[in-house]
Design a protein around this ligand. Structure first.
Ligand SMILES: Nc1ncnc2c1ncn2[C@@H]1O[C@H](COP(=O)(O)OP(=O)(O)OP(=O)(O)O)[C@@H](O)[C@H]1O
Ligand SMILES: [Mg+2]
Length: 231
């Protein structure tokens, strides 16, 4: 279970996140929606240990993780797939995956097979350098790397960004399958229609605050969802 309480984050004088509360239960698939600049990425980066929050708490299970650096957050069981993918370009697909396995706490040989089963394209391209992959394949690899840490909580920032619709479908099919397998997920997504068709629960952010939360059925009817995407 991920519990975020009264989390605030700033860039100098800019208060990007203002005392937000959110939680993701074990096995739940939660999404965080909101317009450009609402504070979604800052929230995720603060949760994942890439940005130091100014106030609030982030707990994973019983453990407070808000003051830990990224690698310790991964060790605690939370894996983050940032905006912009960040694969290691000169290494092959398989080397990228292995790197993540050896730096993580898990030595399970079955993990890489699970990633290849989820993304058969990565298996086909296993010997190719990551820098030569298409954007969609790099996104699959970024997700695969996160999974190699066998996380309790998988956190993804706009995995569909800049991808062709057919590739977005492939990436979302994989995320939905992970959820069905029991993976707990927190996803930031710009496409509200896709996000609300796959999640169990959603939050909408506006100017650094959560303005509405609820089931996808509730959020589809919500004026805040429409507003967040029009402002
Ligand atoms: N590195 C930074 N330095 C200064 N201000 C920043 C920085 N990153 C983000 N901000 C500001 O913080 C606010 C929240 O930005 P954030 O990137 O968290 O929004 P977002 O909801 O992820 O937006 P997007 O949909 O564009 O990804 C914005 O006002 C943004 O300009
Ligand atoms: Mg963002």
């Amino acid at each position: 279970m991920l519990n975020v309480s009264k989390l605030s984050a700033s860039y100098g004088a800019i208060q990007a996140v203002r005392a937000i509360d959110l939680s993701v239960k074990v096995g739940q698939f939660a999404v965080l929606l909101g317009a450009n600049g609402a504070g979604k990425s800052t929230t995720l980066r603060s949760i994942a240990g890439l940005h130091r929050p100014v106030a609030g708490s982030v707990r994973l299970g019983e453990r407070e993780i808000s003051s830990l650096p990224l690698h310790k957050v991964v060790g605690a069981g939370l894996a983050f797939v940032p905006e912009g993918r960040m694969v290691v370009a000169p290494l092959t697909v398989e080397e990228n995956l292995e790197l993540s396995r050896f730096s993580g706490r898990n030595r399970d040989n079955g993990l890489i097979d699970h990633v290849y089963e989820l993304f058969p394209r990565l298996k086909e391209r296993r010997g190719q350098r990551a820098g030569l992959l298409s954007g969609g394949e790099q996104q699959m690899l970024a997700i695969g790397r996160a999974l190699m840490a066998k996380p309790q909580m998988l956190v993804l920032d706009e995995p569909s960004m800049g991808l062709a619709p057919s590739i977005v479908d492939l990436v979302f099919q994989a995320i939905v399958r992970l959820h069905k397998e029991g993976q707990s997920i927190l996803l930031v997504e710009q496409n509200a229609a896709i996000a609300l068709s796959v999640c169990d629960y959603g939050y909408v952010m506006r100017r650094g605050q959560i303005v509405v939360e609820g089931t996808p059925e509730k959020l589809k009817e919500s004026p805040e969802v429409l507003e967040a995407y029009m402002s």
